[in-house]
Design a protein around this ligand. Structure first.
Ligand code: SF4
Length: 345
């Protein structure tokens, strides 16, 4: 390939190896973040994190001159904050920010196939080992090998992602730019998460330290680390609550299981919603709608039942213990013990 990524590309995708190389070549040292002229970038990085965490909206300002350093400083601030739910949410929103740029680039550069192929190579192939090609007959479409598609899309619950609903030909699935990029959201988010985790900062510059303290106070009310007791629940439900308590992402099917179980044992909707507050993609309005939908209060007005143990086993959501013996649905968990207790009274 004869072309290379320019500064503007690196600014849009600052997680690429080229961005670290760019910073290294400038000979920039951490101590320089304390210089007065850097204050603007430190503030911008803090604003970026605050917007993504508090409002749940992707930070879509773009300033080619400062973007790479803004990203680097925001990683340092998130690392210094040391709050797991913030790191997870930040990683997710940064991956969604890159997604927006990438979709735009893949759609707008239709006449520049070499440039598009380079972006596909740098982001999909180099980072995640997924080969994506531009379709030769319709340059708006991209082709991904079926096996690569299934590895990713099988985690999406919407019908449109099922293989039977896709255009498949010659071992490839054909997708538009938006769909192609959506495939790697989880991996991109994990890559940014790992960058922060692996980052080693020998001495945090004072300017970043003070901005971090300030941000910590602002974000504390949103991310007081909430944990919920898991004592009497079946192992599958316990596991889901523990994942939520750690601020990790829970698959859609596990969220449905958790919510329907809580509805079945008559937990109030507000308490169920609160269980999801540590999720990286938590949005109170959407969660409320989804829980009310499962409760039969919204949408189809059908009250959903708790999935059976068989179904949960098939979805790798079962963590059976001896106490699960003989039950076919999580709502039966503990009933026998309770019945025996009552009989003995
Ligand atoms: S056997 Fe049923 S209740 Fe027990 S962990 Fe598995 S799915 Fe949950």
């Amino acid at each position: 390939m004869s072309i290379r990524l320019g500064t503007s590309d690196i600014a849009k995708y600052p997680f690429l190896r080229e961005a670290s190389e760019y910073v290294r070549q400038t000979g920039f040292g951490f101590e320089e973040f304390d210089r007065p002229e850097m204050q603007y970038i430190v503030d911008r990085a803090a604003r970026r994190i605050e917007q993504e965490i508090v409002t749940g909206q992707v930070f879509d300002e773009f300033d080619e001159r400062t973007e790479i350093l803004t990203f680097l400083i925001s990683l340092m601030i998130v690392k210094s904050l040391g709050m797991e739910p913030i790191l997870r949410k930040y990683s997710l929103f940064e991956s969604m920010r890159a997604e927006k740029f990438l979709v735009r680039d893949l759609e707008q550069l239709k006449s520049k196939n070499e440039k598009r192929q380079l972006l596909l190579f740098k982001i999909f192939e180099e980072l995640f080992k997924v080969k994506v090609d531009i379709d030769t007959t319709d340059s708006r479409l991209f082709k991904v090998r079926v096996v690569d598609y299934l590895l990713r899309a099988s985690h999406f619950h919407e019908q449109e992602w099922k293989l039977v609903n896709r255009l498949v030909h010659g071992g490839y699935v054909y997708l538009d730019a938006d769909e192609t990029v959506r495939l790697i959201r989880v991996e991109l988010s994990a890559l940014i998460y790992d960058r922060v985790k692996e980052m080693s900062i020998p001495s945090v510059p004072d300017a970043i330290k003070s901005r971090t303290e300030n941000l910590k106070e602002k974000l504390r009310p949103y991310f007081e680390y909430r944990t919920y007791k898991v004592s009497d629940y079946p192992p599958c439900v316990k596991h889901a609550i523990e994942v939520m308590n750690r601020g990790e992402n829970l698959p859609h099917s596990a969220r449905v299981m958790l919510a329907t179980y809580m509805l079945a044992i008559e937990k109030p909707v507000d308490e169920i919603i609160a269980l999801f507050q540590n999720a990286p993609d938590y949005n109170e309005r959407i969660t409320r709608y989804q829980v009310q939908h499962l409760a039969g209060e919204k949408g189809s007005r059908t009250r959903y039942s708790v999935p059976s143990c068989d179904k949960l086993r098939n979805e790798n959501l079962c963590f059976a213990t001896a106490e699960c013996s003989g039950i076919i649905n999580p709502v039966q968990f503990g009933r026998r013990a309770r019945n025996n207790d009552n009989a003995g009274r």
